[in-house]
Design a binder for this molecule. Sequence first.
Ligand SMILES: Cc1cc2nc3c(=O)[nH]c(=O)nc-3n(C[C@H](O)[C@H](O)[C@H](O)COP(=O)(O)OP(=O)(O)OC[C@H]3O[C@@H](n4cnc5c(N)ncnc54)[C@H](O)[C@@H]3O)c2cc1C
Ligand code: FES
Ligand code: FES
Length: 468
Amino acid sequence: MKNNIIIKFMLDGNLVSLKTTSNTRLLDLIRKDAGNTSVREGCGEGECGACSILLDGKLVNACSTAAISAHGKNVITSYGFSETEEYKIISDAFAEAGAVQCGFCTPGFIMATAALLMRNADPSTSEIKTALSGNLCRCTGYTMIIDAVKIASKNLKNCEKTFFSKILNSSEFIFDKTDANVLLPETIEQALTLVKEGFIPVAGGTDLIVRNHATRKESFDDHLIPPQVFSTSKIKNLNNIKTKNGCIEIGAGAKISEIIDFDKTPQILRESLKSIASPGIRNAATLAGNICNASPAGDSLPALYILDANINYFEMKNNEVLKKTIPIKDFITAPGKTILNNNEKSISIVSSISIKLLEGYDFIYKKLGTRAANALSKLNISVIYKKKNNNFIDFKLAIGACAPTIIRNITAEQLLIKHGQEKLDKILSLYSECLTPIDDQRSTATYRKNTALKIIEDIILNTETYSC
Ligand SMILES: Cc1cc2nc3c(=O)[nH]c(=O)nc-3n(C[C@H](O)[C@H](O)[C@H](O)COP(=O)(O)OP(=O)(O)OC[C@H]3O[C@@H](n4cnc5c(N)ncnc54)[C@H](O)[C@@H]3O)c2cc1C
Ligand code: FES
Ligand code: FES
């Protein structure tokens, strides 16, 4: 019953009220139900940026966002944006720089440019490249597009930018309650009741919504109904990031871009989060989603293993709600498996991630992938260490994408701290024993294992050259 819902949101400044299902993508709601085709569908997997929109002023991909996430929010598409002075300046700049050929990618690039210039009036080339890293163009190449952003940035300086200020200062909408509110629980108890009824929590949707859609496409069945979802975005306190008693506590609903911007986030975690996907994905995705995916290649995971992160979750048993805490190494049990989904009967929801704040550590983060943005890791390594007189007095290293779950070898770490490089061969053989990668579409097992061992050796011998 609850799967059929009415979603209300502001679309390009107009209140819309649309009947849909909980597992619909925001892209389909905008294109098919609202009839706004300025939002394009390219890859449908979060990789090309053709479907870029602003959701409450932040760039996101409509193809990887659950429609339910837009309830009560402000959505701006390139169609709505095209009515503004800022749009005229940006699109004229694209024309002047020759940054448009077939034009399929252009609305997405324009939205990504708007999201950048709204907050950073004078971006450097490297900031422009990062801001556009989630958008692909198959015609022009990128030089002309980067030039266009620079021209737009210059020309926008003489414009009042009323639209940008309106977006940046807009407050949350409060609409009459509709049945969609049921799928936006405000308390943990309400969320757990939905889990009990078979609904799956969706946070950013960048994994779940993309996966659901891919399953539908692969089965060539448009009518295949993926699992029903509810959004965790309105649960009280779930979006907070705070420090207390020497720990940082990151709410399960906090977005990756917010965690990167939080000043107390451990550097090694910040660096690994910066390597995840692209701005549009990072504005929607959460750390909790990255953990619950339990992918061996999840980029935050090696950092969380060496920081000995704890996962806090609520479990409903016999109608009683219990708060539990478990170390991340015990939370993730196998590829795609956590203690929450291992047991079909478990009625649980992650509330936050706690990490003890450490001082005086240097760090190293290394990710190998096929593309700078939007590439899952072939291999990722996180290290934190302390050195005194050129000797390690502490050393923690974890490797992803090289075994069913993240690898951390405490014996090898202790050997290095006690004996230094003297025991290098033994240390490498300890790592070699636990690296059991597989061949997949991203890399081969041999490449992964050999490269991981070479990088570990290099990190031990030439630590400072690797340090971030
Ligand atoms: C184009 C693209 C590029 C990507 N690149 C990377 C990359 O470089 N590195 C990387 O590591 N990942 C990458 N990802 C994967 C994904 O973006 C991340 O794993 C992201 O952190 C998932 O977070 P989310 O909030 O969107 O999760 P969602 O999709 O909302 O959820 C993921 C899983 O977590 C569960 N879940 C979410 N919140 C809770 C909760 N509170 N309690 C219990 N369960 C919960 C959901 O039910 C679901 O099973 C990429 C994805 C795409 C589409
Ligand atoms: S259609 Fe490619 S990112 Fe959405
Ligand atoms: S102009 Fe054709 S894909 Fe970019």
